[in-house]
Design a protein around this ligand. Structure first.
Ligand SMILES: [Zn+2]
Ligand SMILES: [Zn+2]
Length: 303
């Protein structure tokens, strides 16, 4: 099953140095989840050959423009392109008011239904689940209420050892039960032991998305042991005071967090416009957490 994230933007505040502000597209089993939607997100989707029409779920972390100013354009284009299936938006309650005001004054009546779910920015909660994935909020500490999102795969059914099943003439009707881990007593007295014919499926993986936040131990429990941690790293650590003032994190801190929570891999992003090149941010993070990569636009990372 595919579980991967494509970076659409990794700049903080403004588009600069050929970097767009924040947006990411998560593909989980060929279902598409957009995480934040800054200005330019539509253009980025087109540039990287990703289809906006495939997105059914959008998650917005907070209402700073560098995380959602692309939303009204994307929603309008979906309407103009004939979308009729519903679209589900998860984010702060005020987002609905903002979007509806824009639709009202442009006399836009969407052909599809927009379904809003308000995120509670005071306590972590499961806000979405389907057969593939569960999404839980992460309560971040930013200048305005802000949540991250943790996507965790659902455990898959057991895998059948087809050659062995065929060799022993196990009836095909029994396969679904074996996939569920059941041992079978047949009418003739035979017993089919599940362990002889199946293997366990892979352990579910998780992706934690931490957009704008201060280093704050209170959210560490929510992202414990994640497979891939995306964490903002707006500044180098020499700018720690500035990071604190603006409620952001340094590259060194992002790496410390990855280490503390036991992440297997770290992606850093949300880079300040003061950095034309990003190697120093990467080098700084790697001094603490070797498995760090830069969230470069257009790159796709397997979770
Ligand atoms: Zn931001
Ligand atoms: Zn922000």
């Amino acid at each position: 099953m595919k579980f991967e994230v494509t970076i659409l933007g990794s700049s903080s505040a403004t588009p600069v140095h050929n970097r767009n502000p924040t947006a990411q597209l998560l593909n989980c089993n060929e279902k598409f989840y957009l995480i934040d939607c800054a200005e330019g997100t539509q253009q980025q989707l087109i540039k990287f050959n990703l289809k906006a029409s495939k997105i059914d779920y959008i998650f917005i972390s907070h209402l700073h423009g560098d995380h959602y100013f692309g939303l009204i354009g994307l929603l309008s284009s979906m309407h103009l392109n004939g979308r009729i299936k519903p679209l589900y938006i998860y984010g702060p309650a005020a987002l609905q008011e903002i979007l509806e005001l824009q639709f009202k004054h442009s006399d836009t009546h969407l052909k599809y239904e927009l379904v809003y779910f308000y995120t509670d920015t005071t306590q972590s909660a499961i806000i979405f689940q389907n057969n593939d994935v569960t999404v839980e909020t992460i309560i971040l500490n930013h200048r305005i209420p802000c949540t991250g999102f943790k996507f965790t795969e659902k455990k898959r059914l057991r895998k059948l050892l087809i050659d062995k099943l065929e060799q022993d003439n196990v009836p095909i009707e029994l396969y679904p039960l074996l996939k569920r881990g059941v041992d079978l007593d047949l009418p003739n007295g035979d017993v089919i032991r599940n362990l002889d014919y199946t293997t366990d499926s892979a352990e579910p993986k998780s992706y934690a998305y931490c957009s704008d936040t201060l280093f704050d131990e209170r959210y560490f429990e929510s992202i414990k042991d994640c497979d891939t941690l995306y964490h903002e790293a707006t500044f180098l650590h020499e700018m720690l005071e500035r990071a604190k003032e603006t409620h952001h994190t340094t590259a060194l801190q992002a790496a410390e967090i990855a280490k503390i929570v036991g992440a297997k891999k770290l992606l850093i992003g949300h880079f300040s416009s003061r950095y034309k090149t990003l190697s120093e941010l990467l080098d700084e993070a790697k001094t603490v957490f070797q498995k760090t990569e830069l969230a470069i636009e257009g790159l796709t990372f397997e979770i």
